[in-house]
Design a protein around this ligand. Structure first.
Ligand SMILES: [Zn+2]
Length: 236
């Protein structure tokens, strides 16, 4: 019988790799809703969506593929305190990086309720296609030259960030445009992400761990394989 490692109930990581003590919680003005694909929830090695949820006190994590009839999602969409948006690239998307005067007004009049999709790129596309309530929302996106901490060494041409990195860029842009008041509190997301990456390297290169991939495979190669599963956003 296989013996499964005990998991932390908050971050869902094996107890030895619990990140909860490294999380510095804060509450942004925007409310972030992470829509997580069930496969991502099960397989995700890094748990970047869950850690984002743990760090942002007013955020929520909802699992599913088609959210059209999701009770909680529809409850949030019906709440008129919010301006619901989906973090997704698109030609007409609101730019968090360089919002127009009208977009700034829009974002400041109501609390931005931002849905972020946590899944591989094909999964995210499918979730968008099936969830008509999310798909029909105005989009928000950002322009950045930042490349994932994981991908930078291997695939500099692929502009993909993990969920936690994407939320950091988004909040950073909103903050710079006076739509948040974070005083760098959002850097907690990057700090915990770095810790997560360090732990992942430790696991991948420890021959005593079951997930060790063998001496022939370099440390970098292992990371690349893992990160592929965690890719969430492809940016323009
Ligand atoms: Zn934990």
């Amino acid at each position: 019988m296989e013996c499964k490692a005990l998991r932390c109930l908050k971050c869902f990581r094996p107890e030895d790799f619990c990140l909860c003590s490294h999380v510095r919680k804060f509450t942004p003005r925007s409310k972030i809703i992470i829509l997580i694909h069930p496969m991502e929830a099960k397989r995700e090695k890094l748990g970047s969506g869950r850690i984002t949820r743990e760090t942002l006190e007013n955020s929520e994590l909802i699992m599913g593929i088609d959210f059209t009839d999701d009770k909680r999602v529809n409850e949030l969409l019906a709440d008129d305190r919010y301006l619901p948006l989906v973090l997704y690239p698109g030609d007409d998307s609101i730019s968090a990086t360089n919002p127009t005067k009208e977009q700034k007004e829009l974002l400041s009049n109501k609390i931005p309720l931002i849905f972020a999709i946590d899944g591989t790129w094909p999964c995210a596309k499918k979730m968008m296609k099936l969830s008509s309530n999310i798909n029909s929302l105005p989009r928000i996106s950002f322009e950045t030259d930042r490349v994932s901490e994981f991908l930078i060494k291997h695939q500099p041409h692929v502009k993909a960030l993990s969920t936690i990195e994407s939320i950091h860029v988004l909040l950073d842009d909103l903050d710079r445009n006076g739509l948040e008041n974070l005083e760098r509190k959002h850097d907690a997301l990057i700090d915990v992400f770095k810790k997560m990456v360090q732990m992942q390297i430790a696991v991948a290169t420890d021959p005593n761990r079951p997930s060790y991939r063998g001496r022939k495979m370099s440390k970098d190669r292992t990371l690349l394989i893992r990160e592929k599963k965690n890719r969430s956003f492809i940016l323009k």
